[in-house]
Design a protein around this ligand. Structure first.
Ligand SMILES: NC(=O)c1ccc[n+]([C@@H]2O[C@H](COP(=O)([O-])OP(=O)(O)OC[C@H]3O[C@@H](n4cnc5c(N)ncnc54)[C@H](OP(=O)(O)O)[C@@H]3O)[C@@H](O)[C@H]2O)c1
Length: 269
């Protein structure tokens, strides 16, 4: 990685929490983060699918970083439920030690929602509330709880990352839940950046990624134009690997030059 002035080669002795670490982009983020943290750092892996979290935990334990002292912990939790958020906060508190100098929270977990229908079909408030509860409320409540658990103090850096999307900025037909959730999430983190000057806040839009979510978007979107554009991007080789996008995110974090609260797209980097 090219060094630029002020850039770092590592993220410190950190406590790093990654939601949605079982697969897709979150799994890639957990792998990359673990390579950039100093020994005796802890990475907390969060998702609902225990087997996938355990296999990642084992992989990280057997890696060079694991052998050098990185600890990976799993939290099997549904972030659509209050107890799920609380269990992440509990494990994070247990995992922190006074010699740590950086708290990093990656709000990556999200769902697409039902993209097989248009906005006019969403008459059921309970359905919409359940979507927003996981995709918006849990992200705010988890971030707020972590910031309360680890208040500002000298020598402690605090970084919160929201994995965003072009959909935070632009409407997509038949994606009302996803676009609403992503726009709301960006605003949460922009407000946080205004309120907490010591905090480093980044909304990172990772680009089109070769993941389960992308496959659902391509095959199930009600809007034929949206389905076609997602298929065309595959045919034209425009869909990125999670690893490629993740490396850009790591560069942003190491360079540490973004303005707190910014929405940065992979194609801006
Ligand atoms: N794929 C793309 O093209 C693309 C483009 C722009 C932005 N993004 C964003 O990138 C992030 C990652 O997307 P992805 O494509 O990797 O998605 P994905 O393959 O669907 O993975 C989603 C992750 O979230 C977890 N998750 C889902 N529901 C959960 C719940 N209720 N509680 C806890 N964890 C839950 C999943 O694990 P479990 O199922 O095990 O719980 C999984 O680890 C998302 O924020 C997405 O919006 C993706």
């Amino acid at each position: 990685m090219a060094k630029t002035s002020g850039s770092r080669f590592h993220l410190g002795q950190a406590l790093c929490i990654v939601t949605g670490a079982s697969r897709g982009f979150g799994r890639a983020v957990a792998r990359e983060m673990s390579q950039l943290m100093k020994p005796r750092s802890v990475i907390v892996l969060v998702a609902r699918t225990e087997d996938d979290l355990r296999s990642l935990q084992k992989e990280l334990a057997e890696s060079e970083e694991g052998r050098a002292g990185l600890v990976a912990k799993c939290v099997v939790a549904d972030l659509g439920q209050t107890e799920g958020v609380e269990s992440v906060v509990g494990v994070s508190k247990e995992s922190f030690s006074d010699d740590m100098d950086h708290i990093i929270l990656v709000n990556n977990a999200a769902s697409l929602g039902d993209v097989s229908r248009y906005a006019i079909s969403f008459t059921n408030m309970a359905e919409v509330d359940a979507y927003l509860s996981f995709n918006v409320s849990s992200s705010l409540c988890l971030t707020a709880s972590i910031l309360q658990a680890f208040p500002q103090r000298a020598g402690l850096r605090r970084t919160v990352i929201n994995i965003s999307s072009l959909c935070a900025l632009q409407p997509f037909s038949s994606w009302v839940l996803y676009c609403t959730g992503k726009a709301a999430r960006d605003m949460i983190f922009r407000v946080l950046a205004e309120e907490e000057p010591d905090l480093r806040v980044l909304n990172y839009s990772p680009g089109p990624l070769d993941t389960d979510m992308y496959m659902v978007a391509r095959t199930r979107s009600a809007d034929p134009g949206v389905r076609k554009s997602f298929s065309d991007m595959i045919d034209q080789g425009q869909v990125l690997t999670c690893e490629k996008s993740c490396k850009k995110l790591m560069k942003l974090l190491l360079d540490d030059k973004y303005t707190s609260g910014d929405h940065i797209d992979i194609y801006d980097v």
